[in-house]
Design a protein around this ligand. Structure first.
Ligand code: ZN
Length: 377
């Protein structure tokens, strides 16, 4: 790992102590770690333009061309929600079709710098297993992805094509997580076991603000593990800290009603997430009943006065189809949840609104196709 000039090490998000650790969790309390920077060593003009390499830990990670995804105007959604402008941040354009690639390059790069890191491993609803296989393949490292049986078929196929080992767990996401216990020794690339997955997601915020010439008024972020929300908020916060923006945009977190532990905890003013006992949603990538970043996501919403909303499966499918059919961007159920959240909270939104589309709808085409068939299409 080639450290950037500005990277000042890792700090615990729980006890706030700095650590000399090169990854993993806090040696003192087990909390998730977060990269910190010497902002005086950052080229603010570069960051203003959306070039944030100087504000990442690693100057030379194993890149496959992730990031720099387009911000696509969604005039139809803007009309429906009655806001001035609405854009889709299309994370489906990343190498393996999801935002996860942004952090995976950093996480795999950091792991590769360790002595004897193999195998790398994680459990995922789908996207992160595909992404790990891709970046581990690029770094010539052995990797395992544990996924639930319901993970999309194209995702499972690509884990193998990238050269990753795959273990398919019967049942749901927690069964995939439990499967990791079968490995005797491995480097965890799980979100928040590594400080670099959410760190990569922050680049979304920098790109959005650079493309718009300033932060939007509001950003709608689907929440599964919490990685995307925590990362995006950090990116907008960094722009404030660098004097590039006055404020973090209004944050609107969305989860499917059938698995909404962060929304429910936020509504209850709780500081920790109560796991969802019986998760059930068509949006498999958001069906994370006990998210690793649950507490951090709650703290992020509290810190910035963010809002949270749960949307039903029919609404998020309708959101995906409506956004896809009017923009050309292939929006899946997770991105559809963002569109449905904007409709649901239209009265609270104005100005410029950005919907983060976490992954490509192409991965889960069958889900949207069956929704249309249910309508007789
Ligand atoms: Zn700690």
């Amino acid at each position: 790992m080639t450290r950037t000039e500005a990277f000042a090490g890792l700090r615990c998000t729980e006890c706030e102590e700095p650590t000399d650790a090169d990854g993993g969790r806090c040696p003192a309390c087990g909390g998730p770690l977060d990269p910190v920077y010497d902002l005086d060593a950052v080229d603010a003009a570069e960051v203003a333009a959306g070039a944030v390499d100087c504000l990442l830990p690693d100057a030379a990670p194993p890149s496959a061309g992730e990031g720099r995804t387009p911000l696509v105007a969604a005039e139809g959604v803007a009309d429906e929600v009655d806001v001035d402008e609405c854009y889709l941040k299309d994370e489906g354009r990343n190498p393996t079709g999801s935002f996860v690639d942004r952090g995976m390059t950093l996480a795999v790069g950091a792991a590769a710098a360790r002595d004897d890191p193999e195998p790398l491993a994680l459990a995922a609803a789908g996207d992160a297993a595909q992404s790990l296989a891709a970046y581990a393949g690029r770094a010539d490292l052995r990797s395992y992805g544990f996924v639930p049986a319901r993970a999309p078929t194209p995702v499972k196929a690509m884990v193998n094509v990238h050269g990753g080992e795959m273990r398919v767990a019967g049942g749901r996401y927690p069964d995939a997580v439990a499967g990791l216990d079968d490995l005797a020794d491995y480097t965890s690339i799980q979100e928040f076991d590594t400080p670099y997955r959410h760190e990569g997601a922050k680049t979304i915020a920098h790109e959005v603000a650079a493309d718009l010439g300033g932060p939007p008024d509001a950003v709608v972020v689907p929440v599964g593990t919490g990685e995307l929300l925590v990362g995006v908020a950090k990116g907008f916060r960094e722009r404030v800290d660098l004097g590039l923006a006055d404020a973090v945009p209004d944050l609107l977190a969305v989860q499917p009603a059938g698995c909404a532990p962060v929304v429910e905890a936020h509504d209850a003013d709780a500081t920790a997430v109560e796991p969802t006992a019986h998760p059930d949603t068509i949006a498999g990538e958001l069906e994370i009943p006990d998210p690793a970043g649950g507490s951090l996501a709650l703290r992020t919403l509290d810190r910035h006065g963010g809002a949270a909303v749960a949307v039903g499966d029919a609404d998020l499918q309708e959101g995906a189809v409506a956004a896809t059919s009017t923009t050309g961007v292939e929006v899946g159920p997770a991105g559809g949840a963002a569109a449905a959240a904007a409709w649901e909270r239209a009265a609270d939104l104005d100005g410029t609104v950005v919907l983060v589309v976490p992954n490509s709808g192409f991965k889960t085409a069958d889900v949207l196709r069956s929704h249309l068939m249910g309508q007789g299409v």
